[in-house]
Design a protein. Structure first.
Length: 155
């Protein structure tokens, strides 16, 4: 009873491989978040609540991507150099955010990502990096009252 796709063919689809990688990474981050400090007041949300919701959403969408890939083609999956560079930049961002701080590292990270993938409009990159950083600050620090890592600019 072979319906035209064996297990090897099932995992040769780029969307499925990507979804599996996302599930593994999101699961690791979900487990690492367990060490975040719980709130002092009853009824307040923990600092881990928002990241855990986002990671659970990523895992759920990745499961859907495994079941029903978006792209129709089935190719041998190859590692994209640009994709790997973006992943490495994100890993560096995660490792350095506490020491360098949100306001120093986030605009640099947001400026570099489009450059890595080939977008060469430097003024637009810089403007969007600053605007997105300011928007993220507004949402997390001002609206949600969640402190951001101060790093070099902290006390």
């Amino acid at each position: 009873m072979n319906n035209g796709m064996d297990m090897k063919g099932f995992f040769c689809h780029r969307d499925r491989v990507f979804a599996l990688v996302l599930i593994v990474l999101a699961s690791i981050f979900y487990a690492l978040i367990g060490g975040l400090q719980e709130p002092y007041s009853p009824g307040a949300l923990a600092a881990s609540t928002y990241p855990r919701l986002i990671l659970a959403f990523i895992i759920a969408l990745s499961c859907l991507l495994i079941i029903r890939p978006v792209s129709g083609e089935q190719e041998n999956s190859s590692i994209s150099v640009k994709g790997l560079a973006v992943i490495m930049l994100a890993a560096c961002y995660i490792l350095l955010i506490e020491s360098l701080g949100f306001f120093v590292l986030t605009p640099v990270f947001l400026f570099l990502i489009p450059l890595v993938v080939g977008y060469r409009h430097h003024v637009a990159n810089a403007a969007s990096a600053v605007l997105v950083t300011a928007a993220l600050y507004g949402v997390f620090a001002l609206v949600l009252n969640i402190p951001l890592p101060a790093g070099l600019l902290g006390d």
